[in-house]
Design a protein around this ligand. Sequence first.
Ligand code: ATP
Ligand code: MG
Length: 357
Amino acid sequence: LNSASPPARRKWLADFSECLFSFVIQLLPTQEELAVKEDVRKLLERLIRTIEPESRLLSFGSTANGYGLRNSDMDLCCLIDSEERLAASDLVTMLGDLLERETKFHVKPLPHARIPIVKLSLDPSPGLPLGIACDIGFENRLALENTRLLMCYAMIDPTRVRTMVLFLKVWSKRRKINSPYKGTLSSYGYVLLVIYFLVHVKNPPVLPNLQQMPPLRPIPKEETYLGGFNTWFFDDIELLRQRWHSENTETVAELLIDFFRYFSRDFPYGVGVASIRAGLLKKDSKGWQNDLSASRYNDARERNRFCIEDPFETDYNVARCVTKDGLYTIRGEFMRASRVLAARPERAILALADLCD
Ligand code: ATP
Ligand code: MG
C-alpha cells in the first residue's frame, strides 16, 4: 500500500481487496466438479481412440489455465500422434456420429467451421446440477501453448493475478460484454488485457515478460516454432521465483482501480495494439489500421476497432470480433466501473455489488 495515502483510503482499499478475494473464492469450481470433468475427458478420450488409436485428448482454456470459474465450459483438443491422420472435418463428422450413438451427450458436429469442432452438452442431473458444455477441436497446438503461458503468469503471483482475472471474467459476463458473437470480447481477450496491464503499464511491473526473458540455454528453432510462430517463453516458474520478484506492492484493489482507469481513459484505442509480447504497438506497424483499400474498407475497419495481439499468432487480432458498438459498450463499462470505485462507498462490499449488478 502506498504509505502516502491517507489512512481512510488505505483502510478502504484493504477492505475492498478482502471483498474481492472472498468473492472470487466462492466462484471457483469445487473438487467434485473438477473430478467429473476429468472423468468426462477420459471417457471421451477412450471413445476417440476407437477412431484414432494414437490420439490424446487434452484440456485447454479455463479448465487448464488457472482462471476457471464454476460451471465454465470445457475446451478440449485432440492431438493425433501418428503420421497418417484423417482431415479434421472428417474426424469431426465421424466423432459426432460415434458420440451420438454411444453417449448421452447432445452432439453438434461443425465440420465446416473455420476451426472444425464437435460441440457437446449434457443436461443437468442430480450429480451435475448445471450440466456440462464442451467443445472438442483437433490439433490446435497453439491454443495448448497459450493456455500454458497464461497458467505460468497465474503461477507467478497467484493472489493478485488470479483475483484480478477471475473478477474481470465474472464482471464482464454479468455486464454482458463477454460475447464475441455479439461484438464484444472473449474471456481470452480480457485475460490478455490484464496481463498486458501488469507487464507493460504498471511501473514497477507486477509481472515479468516471460516471452522476452533470456532462455537458460540456446533453443533450436524446431523445438519452439509451431506453424511458423515462435511459441517459446520462460516456463521454469520455480526458478523464476528465486531470481525475480516484483517491486510493485500495490493491493488487488489498487490494481483493479488503475486497470479500469487505464482502459477507460488512457489506452489509445484509435492507433494502439495491446501486446503482451511487445507492449504497446501501433496499428499501422501491423497493417491493422482502420482505413485500408476501398474494397476491404468496411471489413478491415470493423475488424480492427480494438486490437489485441495474440501472444504467439502475432498476425491475429484476438479482438477482431469487437464491433464499433461493442467497443463503445465496453469502454462505457470501464468508465462506469471507474466511477463506482472512485466514489468509494462507505462499505467496500457495496462497491462490489454495484460493479456487478
Ligand atoms: P470461459 O471460462 O469464459 O470459457 P476461457 O478461459 O475458457 O473462459 P475462452 O475465451 O473460452 O476463455 O478461450 C479458451 C481458449 O480458446 C483460450 O485459452 C485460447 O486458447 C482460445 N481462444 C479463445 N478465444 C480466442 C480468440 N479470439 N483468439 C484466439 N484464441 C482464442
Ligand atoms: Mg472456455
